[in-house]
Design a protein around this ligand. Structure first.
Ligand SMILES: [Zn+2]
Length: 348
């Protein structure tokens, strides 16, 4: 079988398509024949040698994927049992499953929480063996790429907007970075939840692409005065801001909120803020939430929206992988932010 392997260096050039034996499922594991994968920013952190994801080489890449149950190991708990042929999505992150946080459904807060492809070997292989607890049922009719797109990025959008942000119908929300993986799914979800949603994007060419998928007011956050522009467009402060760009933008998003408003930060791709607006935070009684990935319930909620046909992730297929070069090209596009939505591939 083929696997996408980071071989002897932490850079895009060191990716190879490796041939290896099909693995056998151990006790409690299920083998999945993978159908589709989507790329995540975690992959780029691994490829750049980020200390947050200090993997040892060689390393199988990838956090996101869906497939079909292919073989069952011994002693699988009936609660997580599946049949050969069942369509499944992989849960990218998982805790110990035993502590109070895990049992109450808040596994991303578990001290043992680890992410496939980031802290653990990844899933970009034609066959993957994983603990049965990491698999989620997927309606067989679902597009594999669409399903894969919501297992991490979509679930993070759900966790940020609904669970931590507490967004309610009729509220006005701003999504900073509306063209990215989490951002575009947050906008689509916000529209479904009947929020009044506004968005920002980077380069001007992304506006036209985004407008094809969502009819929302948009401003480029590359303009130095974008906060003033979006506030003028809105006519009033926002109830909430979901910031997928994060970091350096924090001092600029807090003044956009009404008194008591909520800011949710899910990334730091623009670096760290040089100043923190403490007075904005306490003086206007704002809430600031940090969200790192999501829980199993977030993935199931998003898969349900996609299955009902209400939510269609924007996914560009860069495969199939006859060689490694389409994937290397896709990662270069990601690092240059030259894409909208998600990038993905399937196995032929
Ligand atoms: Zn735990």
């Amino acid at each position: 079988m083929r696997s996408v392997l980071l071989s002897n260096g932490k850079n895009i050039e060191s990716l190879i398509l490796d041939e290896r034996p099909v693995p056998l499922p151990s006790e409690g594991e299920i083998r999945v024949r993978m159908r589709a994968h989507t790329l995540n920013h975690i992959d780029l952190w691994v490829l750049s040698g980020s200390p947050a994801y200090s993997v040892s080489l060689p390393h199988v890449m990838g956090s996101e994927g869906v497939g079909v149950v292919d073989a069952l190991g011994e002693n699988i708990s009936p609660e997580f049992s599946m049949k050969v042929g069942d369509a499944v999505a992989l849960s990218p992150g998982q805790g110990c499953l035993m502590c109070e946080l895990c049992r109450s459904g808040s596994e991303s807060l578990c001290p043992s929480y680890r992410v496939l492809g980031g802290h653990l070997p990844g899933v970009f292989s034609e066959y993957v063996c994983l603990p049965a607890t990491r698999l989620l049922p997927v309606p067989p009719s679902l597009s594999p790429l669409s399903a894969s797109a919501v297992t991490l990025a979509g679930a993070t959008a759900h966790q940020g907007l609904v669970v931590r942000g507490g967004a309610r119908a009729g509220e006005r929300w701003l999504v900073v970075g509306a063209s990215g993986g989490v951002g575009h799914l947050a906008c689509l979800l916000a529209m479904l939840l009947k929020l009044d949603v506004f968005g920002t994007y980077g380069p001007e060419k992304k506006r036209e692409i985004l407008s094809r998928f969502m009819d929302i007011p948009l401003v480029s956050h590359e303009a130095p005065d974008w906060p003033e522009k979006i506030l003028k467009l809105s006519g009033r402060p926002f109830d909430g801001v979901l910031d997928t760009v994060g970091g350096a933008t924090i001092p600029r998003i807090l003044p956009l909120l009404r008194k008591g408003g909520r800011a949710v930060v899910v990334g730091e791709t623009t670096g760290s803020p040089t100043q923190f607006p403490t007075r904005e935070l306490f003086g206007r009684q704002l809430s600031l939430h940090g969200v790192y990935l999501a829980h199993r319930s977030d993935i199931l909620a998003m898969l349900d929206w996609v299955a009902k046909g209400d939510l269609s992730p924007i996914v560009s297929d860069v495969g199939p992988l006859a060689s490694i070069s389409p994937l290397q090209k896709a990662y270069r596009r990601m690092s240059e932010r030259d894409f909208v939505g998600k990038l993905g591939f399937g196995w032929q």
